[in-house]
Design a protein around this ligand. Structure first.
Ligand SMILES: [Zn+2]
Length: 269
């Protein structure tokens, strides 16, 4: 296994080599104990070497020398909410960014099985938000549900256990965007049939990917588009550390939705 610094620098250069960034766009971070390695600001990803990486703490304060990029808060909110995540990547891949900057989102619902297992039940497109608190607040509810998000009029952010997995997910989002755009003259992509969704979500949970299906307790409200304050409980996967909210605990607030019902609701929203 290569040192983490080398993996991060290689991922940064891969963003540029893949054509997913221009100018100084894009950034990569990785969890390194209690600190985070980050690509430097105002630098082409083509030029990032392992010695150029910046170290920051959990609040984004630079430890040592250098200047971190302005979007570090987006990365930190993912790490805060996903202890299993070791790397976050952000870029502006042309096809996925084209979708992020246009009306509609043809990749929102899974239309091939691998996408659902690797990225979660949905690839949400967040509305445009100013960098900073607004952007972090928009991203936060999705961190535990999915592994990649389209940032409205901006680009893509994806995460994974390590740089390789995070980059594969970013690559998959861009690939799905290309497929969806290729399908437009044919009438557009057709999402997977409803009956296929539940087994694939179960496969995702069984593979312990993303923790999304396991951890869809309170935050499932956002996924389902329900009113704020609703509490949703579902049965976690057998290995999940998440406790199930006991039915009847707070009957006025509590709606118990089994996984199949979540899937049905997803298809209807
Ligand atoms: Zn950006």
């Amino acid at each position: 296994m290569k040192p983490l610094r080398v993996q991060v620098a290689e991922a940064a250069r891969r963003l540029h080599a893949s054509g997913w960034v221009a100018n100084h766009d894009g950034n990569v971070t990785a969890r390194d104990g209690a600190r985070f390695l980050a690509t430097p600001t105002a630098t082409s990803k083509r030029l990032v070497g392992e010695r150029d990486l910046i170290e920051v703490d959990a609040k984004g304060v630079v430890q040592g020398h250098g200047k971190v990029f302005g979007e570090i808060g987006l990365h930190l909110v993912v790490y805060e909410r996903r202890p299993d995540v070791g790397c976050v990547v952000h870029a502006h891949p042309p096809h996925a960014t084209g979708i992020s900057a246009s009306r509609g989102n043809p990749i929102e619902r899974p239309f091939i099985a691998e996408a659902l297992v690797s990225l979660g039940p949905r690839i949400p497109k967040l509305p445009y938000a100013q960098p900073g608190d607004a952007a972090r607040a928009a991203l936060a509810p999705w961190c535990e549900l999915v592994d990649a998000v389209l940032l409205g009029n901006h680009g893509v952010i994806a995460w994974g256990a390590d740089p390789e997995q995070a980059m594969l997910r970013l690559e998959l989002v861009e690939h799905l965007a290309r497929i969806a755009i290729a399908a437009l003259p044919l009438g557009g992509v057709d999402p997977l049939p409803e009956a296929a969704i539940a087994p694939l979500l179960a496969a995702r949970a069984k593979a312990n990917i993303g923790r999304a299906a396991d951890r869809a307790v309170a935050t499932a409200a956002q996924l389902l588009g329900e009113a704020p304050g609703a509490v949703v409980a579902c049965a976690p996967a057998p290995h999940s550390p998440v406790p199930t909210i006991p039915p009847g605990g707070r009957p006025a607030e509590l709606a118990t939705i089994v996984r199949e019902e979540i899937v049905r609701a997803l298809r209807q929203t």
